[in-house]
Write a protein that binds this ligand. Structure first.
Ligand SMILES: Cc1cc2nc3c(=O)[nH]c(=O)nc-3n(C[C@H](O)[C@H](O)[C@H](O)COP(=O)(O)O)c2cc1C
Length: 341
């Protein structure tokens, strides 16, 4: 019904406007008594077979909502009713920032993809913390952190430390995002030396806490095999908990969308079905080459149960989705869960 009736109407409007409209609609609808219970009954699958314990956290199911959808932690409780076992908020930065000029989000319907150059638009980590204090239902939350656009890379560590400390009591795991293509220079932090320094410092802070939290690194699908070898080495050295593979790609290969359309859209990260294969390759490479040394959350182009199973078979312990939720609708997480059962 979603693909036949709802999606054609939603796709008549600009993607970012529809995102905000849907957000407001869900927020208001969920204030009506029993709406959350009804939505959860319709869209969630509960079964002990779905439960997973990964990096010390017990997940009710292995399907998460990827970062970027609920950047400011405004809707995690309501979104969990759509069958997600965990929600990743962010990317959050220390100071609020508006992100890039609009339009900055584009659909590629022929390819079931999206291109975005949002540029970490968010209201700042402190505003998100105020909302997370209301996590009464104890939804499992990942805190995805980044740096402000105006912070030079040499001072990036301070931004990550600020977000880490602010969020520490309110999230279950952390994600260090150095892989967004939309913050100039950010991906340079994926190089061996700056990345080792950044992760070691965060891990040092983490170890000093009474009970440390898992820190994961989110990587781009555009890394070469030799860069992936570096990532394995860095994980061994810094002993962080795992990897999220992958973020969006800057590649525009093998698309049905014409070059002219792509030129009009311009720069940004491509997500959805076009990134599926590469993201699975990265997961497989890391898993095999490291000898399954650390857990991997697989993300990129999951639009069906088969796509999720492909990621799990490649070595992912958990998966996440974003673009598939837009193209396939609110029933996708449950559909995957049912197939897993
Ligand atoms: C509009 C949009 C915004 C995103 N924002 C973020 C972000 O702020 N931080 C992040 O780590 N990933 C972000 N992502 C990347 C997703 O979390 C995910 O890694 C990527 O889209 C691949 O998964 P998918 O094919 O299921 O969408 C964003 C993706 C989209 C489409």
């Amino acid at each position: 019904m979603y693909k036949l009736l709802v999606r054609p109407v939603l796709f008549l409007f600009a993607p970012e406007s529809i995102h905000h409209f849907t957000f407001r609609f869900i927020k208001i609808a969920f204030t009506i008594p029993f709406v959350k219970t009804i939505v959860a009954a319709f869209y969630s699958a509960r079964n002990p077979k779905l439960e997973r314990e990964v990096f010390g956290i017990k997940f009710p199911n292995p399907i998460g909502l990827a970062a970027g959808f609920d950047k400011d932690a405004k809707l995690f409780d309501q979104l969990s009713a759509f069958g997600f076992g965990f929600i990743e908020i962010g990317t959050l930065t220390p100071k609020p920032q508006p992100g890039n000029d609009k339009p900055r989000l584009f659909r590629l319907p022929e390819d079931s993809g999206l291109v975005n150059r949002m540029g970490f638009n968010n209201e700042g980590v402190d505003a998100a913390v105020l909302r997370l204090k209301n996590n009464r239902n104890k939804v499992i939350i990942g805190g995805n952190i980044g740096k402000n656009k105006l912070t030079p890379n040499e001072e990036a560590l301070n931004d990550y430390v600020y977000c880490f400390n602010a969020l520490f009591d309110w999230v279950d795991y952390f994600v260090v995002n150095v892989s967004s293509p939309n913050t100039p220079g950010l991906r340079d932090l994926q190089e061996k030396e700056p990345l080792t320094k950044l992760l070691s410092e965060l891990q040092k802070l983490n170890s000093a806490k009474a009970k440390s939290k898992p820190i994961l690194l989110k990587i781009a699908p555009d890394l070469t095999n030799s860069q992936l070898d570096d990532i394995i080495e860095i994980l061994r050295e810094t002993k962080i908990a795992g990897v999220i593979a992958t973020n969006t790609t800057i590649s525009r290969e093998k698309l049905k969308t014409t070059n002219e359309e792509l030129k009009t859209i311009g720069a940004g990260g491509l997500s959805g079905l076009p990134v599926r294969e590469r993201s699975t390759e990265v997961i497989k490479y890391l898993s095999v080459k490291s000898g399954k040394a650390f857990p991997i959350i697989g993300v990129g182009g999951i639009h069906s149960p088969e796509d999720a199973i492909e990621k799990l078979n490649a070595g992912a312990s958990l998966v996440q989705l974003y673009t598939g939720f837009i193209y396939e609708g609110p029933g996708l997480a449950k559909k995957i869960c049912k197939a897993l059962i």
